[in-house]
Design a protein around this ligand. Structure first.
Ligand SMILES: Cc1cc2nc3c(=O)[nH]c(=O)nc-3n(C[C@H](O)[C@H](O)[C@H](O)COP(=O)(O)OP(=O)(O)OC[C@H]3O[C@@H](n4cnc5c(N)ncnc54)[C@H](O)[C@@H]3O)c2cc1C
Length: 466
């Protein structure tokens, strides 16, 4: 596989996660040969459990599918229009989840793996790339994610002369449904929202009285945590994925205004009494036998998790299919290091995609894989590719990564932080496009859906154009 002559006609994708799988698919569908290098199962990460491509390591949710009112929903819609493999397989494996698009994780990963395996232009190579890719690989996409193996991460750090910033995310536990006491818990989606593939009664809800909530918060605070290693002690958390006990530390009522908010839900076992707090569990597999505790990512040790989470009414006898855990994350200071086409300025043959570029989440990572794949294919075919307009969700996300960020708060890599997609980038871009006119004059949904109606990227010829 490693040849001594430059391989301009082959794209090497390193990492078969959400971004790498999507990138490989896009490159191959553009008629360019791809070698997809994935180190699992020979070498596993701290979070992956299978050898499947596009494995979802924690939640099984792709979040809102509402293209008119939610930025990630708009990104779903744009990706579908661009022929996304990840969205196709997600749609084919969805499980009920209220207004969200959630999937059977094994069915989803198997579908992605099969599609890539069956593609005549894709070769899957199960090896770790333990250092910089060979010099003769002229067109490379690095999509090795938040848990990039150490030799490659070190080589990239050395090449960029930057300290790649590590921080923590945590995983939520998963419970066997038949161990949940449904004489206490009940099925209902918040505000009975039906959503894609849902029924309006997709979540399992566990109610708490004030006394139970007070005791639960105290138990979280007192629970034994996983010890930090020396190098980890100053590593910050990503605010969008805070461990449940860290949220509790921020204030006694914080959880009641976050994952345990008791609004839009009525307990049929006790309809006249309003719960003080409610824990929700979301279906995790198509069979409906597994449910994950929403927002309960944690760094409590295993013993403390079982003890504390079994104090939740309805979960007294919960059997855990998987307990929560802690992991590191690694990302580049992309606005400084990458050009507008996601290429490393220091070595443009290396293009980056996925969470390493500083986006956050399955969908965002896959979408950056998608655009990286289109750019790499265009390069291989000596074509140019117009970037997606900044008024699209994809364009605004790409803009945030490669240029939208300004170091005003704090200099250095800490200033650029991973983020989920949001409409603020969009709004700012629209305002720029409208010559400074205030976009806020429109009704909220109108402004947002406009970018889908008028500006969604659709593949046209060799480019991503409105
Ligand atoms: C523990 C944890 C919990 C998370 N929870 C959520 C969540 O609930 N919801 C959400 O939306 N996002 C979550 N995320 C983020 C989400 O996992 C990422 O956004 C997404 O998976 C990133 O996609 P990616 O393709 O960049 O990386 P990944 O999906 O991680 O794929 C990277 C791939 O590269 C492979 N690899 C690594 N190094 C090498 C190497 N040197 N050579 C060859 N292969 C290599 C890995 O095995 C892996 O398959 C979580 C992340 C972690 C780690």
């Amino acid at each position: 596989m490693i040849s001594s002559t430059p391989q301009t006609d082959t794209v090497h994708v390193i990492g078969g996660g959400l971004a790498g799988s999507e990138a490989a698919w896009q490159v191959a569908n553009a008629g360019v040969r791809v070698v997809l290098h994935e180190m699992r199962p020979l070498r596993m990460t701290e979070a992956h459990r299978t050898e499947g491509l596009a494995e979802l390591v924690c939640s099984n949710s792709f979040r809102s599918d509402d293209a008119a009112n939610n930025a990630v929903g708009l990104l779903h819609a744009e990706m579908r229009r661009l022929g996304s493999l990840i969205m196709r397989c997600a749609d084919a494996n969805q499980v009920p989840a209220g207004g969200a698009l959630a999937v059977d994780r094994d069915g989803f990963s198997a579908a992605v793996t099969r599609a890539l395996h069956d593609h005549p232009l894709i070769e899957i190579d199960r090896t770790e790339i333990a250092g910089l890719p060979p010099a003769e690989w002229a067109n490379v996409i690095v999509a090795t994610g938040p848990l990039t193996s150490a030799p490659l991460a070190d080589a990239i750090r050395e090449l960029t002369d930057e300290n790649a910033l590590a921080f923590f995310d945590a995983i939520a536990p998963i419970v066997h449904k038949d161990s949940i006491d449904m004489s206490v818990a009940w099925f209902q989606s918040r505000y009975d929202k039906v959503g894609p593939g849902g029924t309006g009664a997709d979540y399992i809800n566990c109610p708490m009285t004030k006394e139970q909530y007070d005791a639960f918060v105290a138990a979280l605070l007192a629970g034994e945590k996983v010890d930090f290693k020396d190098w980890e002690t100053n590593t910050p958390y990503f605010d969008g994925c805070l461990p449940v006990e860290v949220m509790a530390e921020r204030g006694h009522e914080t959880l009641r205004h976050g994952p345990m908010k008791p609004v839009g839900l009525t307990n049929p076992h006790n309809p006249t009494v309003k719960a003080y707090a409610i824990v929700q569990l979301r279906q995790d597999n198509k069979l409906g036998t597994l449910y994950n505790i929403v927002g309960f990512q944690t760094k409590l040790n295993y013993g403390a998790q079982q003890r504390v989470f079994r104090t939740i009414p309805g979960l007294e006898n919960a059997e855990f299919a998987r307990l929560g855990g802690l992991h590191r994350n690694t990302f580049l200071n992309s606005p400084k290091l990458l050009d507008g086409q996601l290429r490393l300025r220091a070595q443009p043959r290396l293009r980056f995609a996925g969470q390493m570029t500083g986006c956050e989440g399955y969908v965002e990572s896959a979408s950056i894989g998608l655009i990286a794949g289109l750019y790499a294919a265009a390069n291989a075919r000596a074509q140019s590719l117009e970037p997606p307009p900044v008024t699209t969700a994809l364009g605004s996300l790409l803009g945030h990564i490669t240029g939208g960020h300004i170091e005003t708060i704090e200099a250095g890599t800490r200033s650029f932080q991973p983020m989920n997609i949001n409409f603020r980038w969009h709004k700012a871009a629209r305002q720029r496009e409208d010559g400074g006119k205030k976009a806020g004059a429109q009704r909220p949904g109108a402004g947002r859906s406009r970018s889908l109606d008028r500006r969604s990227p659709a593949r046209s010829g060799g480019g991503v154009t409105p």
